[in-house]
Design a protein around this ligand. Structure first.
Ligand code: FES
Length: 378
């Protein structure tokens, strides 16, 4: 079937194009955040897609209707061909967002990426306190380098988002993190409580905040949003373990986001490989639009036909789409069950009990991917 005919079919079946493409250019990363969203078994450098293959993926994505490109990893600046990939994104009309730890960048390289068409920079921070931030990322000197890169970003007139994953070991710094975002001139701050699957599940006890801490953080964010309206946009993701309603994870499975891993596997969600039994097709074998339209992994939890009770008859089923499939699998052993974050789930009480119990104990030491801290920043 031609691309045009296939897209016509999508429109006829109510399936629109994905809004965003998350391109995980590499799983290589100098940081070792204890809540890393990459899989437990990382893909190897020698399996990564070539420059030409990534450029082809971007052209296919634009043809499919994707508007936003998120260049991620691992650490995407590890790729020496990043400027070529950004130039390709610009030439096919994709808005490019570089999601980076920043620690490997120089001012000259960032300027070169901007000159090749980079539209936006998103920098992750682990805390406002440098020593705690470097301890969490397991990377000496990283925090100071991130601040430097944030200032270069603004000096280049690029929009800047700071992303701050929040957990029990940095939640007390939230007021200072907001001040830091203001000081750096960030346009947007994403305060995202850690979600517990993949590597974060290994460190859940060390990361889980108490319910009281979560409620206090929500109040603090609400007050900051009122105070900073028109100055700083603040996005806030609450932790599922204390929620009553599940979040519409990924905007619904196979509805808005398409992820391509370093080796070319196409996923409906960046964490989808944590779910046993799904088979992911590869852009080396099939086109992006074919995989988006009819691959088994995308169809598995798309829409509502796959739902069991209580989701099947729930009035919110087309609002939250059953919540998070990865969390349902991680906690219940089946991705077709309701997200345990939902209070209609039969295991919701057990789910919140875990959070209360773990957050009430002294934090365990982090489990890092590699035993030694790293330092490669200049
Ligand atoms: Fe995969 Fe929520 S993280 S569906």
């Amino acid at each position: 079937m031609s691309v045009a005919a296939e897209l016509d079919t999508q429109t006829a079946t109510g399936l629109g194009p994905p809004l965003g493409l998350l391109a995980e250019l590499t799983h290589r990363c100098p940081l070792q955040c204890p809540y890393c969203s990459n899989p437990l078994n990382l893909e190897r450098a020698h399996d990564e897609l070539s420059t030409e293959a990534w450029c082809d993926v971007l052209a296919q994505a634009a043809q499919l209707g994707v508007l936003q490109l998120h260049l991620s990893g691992g650490e995407p600046t590890v790729r020496r061909d990043l400027a070529q990939i950004i130039a390709r994104a610009a030439s096919v009309g994709l808005y490019s967002n570089l999601i980076t730890a920043g620690v490997l960048l120089t001012r000259e390289r960032l300027a070169d990426l901007a000159a090749h068409g980079l539209d936006h920079v998103q920098i992750s921070i682990q805390d406002s306190d440098a020593s705690n931030a470097d301890r969490i990322a397991h990377y000496a000197g990283g925090h100071g380098k991130k601040l430097e890169v944030a200032r270069w970003t603004k000096a280049l007139n690029l929009p800047l988002t700071l992303n701050a994953p929040i957990h029990r070991q940095n939640i007390a710094s939230l007021p200072a993190i907001i001040e830091l975002a203001l000081d750096l001139g960030a346009d947007r701050l994403e305060v995202a409580h850690v979600q517990y699957y993949g590597w974060a599940l290994k460190n859940r006890q060390a990361l889980m905040p108490t319910r009281e801490q979560v409620l206090a953080s929500a109040e603090l964010i609400a007050e900051a949003r009122r105070r900073l309206k028109g100055v700083l946009v603040i996005d806030f993701v609450v932790p599922d373990y204390y929620a009553r309603r599940p979040k519409p994870c990924m905007g619904g499975w196979g509805r808005g986001i398409i992820t391509v891993t370093p080796s070319g596997r196409v996923l409906p969600c960046h964490a989808a490989q944590t779910i046993d039994g799904l088979v992911f097709e590869n852009v080396r074998d099939r086109s992006l639009h074919e995989i988006w339209s009819d691959s088994a992994a995308f169809q598995a939890f798309r829409g509502t036909a796959w739902m069991r009770e209580p989701c099947r008859s729930c009035e919110f089923r087309e609002l939250d789409w059953g919540g998070c499939r990865c969390q349902a699998f991680a906690f219940t052993g089946s991705a077709a069950n309701a997200d345990p974050a939902c209070d209609k789930s039969g295991v919701h009480a057990a789910f919140t009990d875990v959070a209360r119990a773990e957050s009430g104990r002294p934090a365990e030491a982090f489990t890092f991917r590699r035993p030694s801290p790293d330092r490669r920043a200049g």
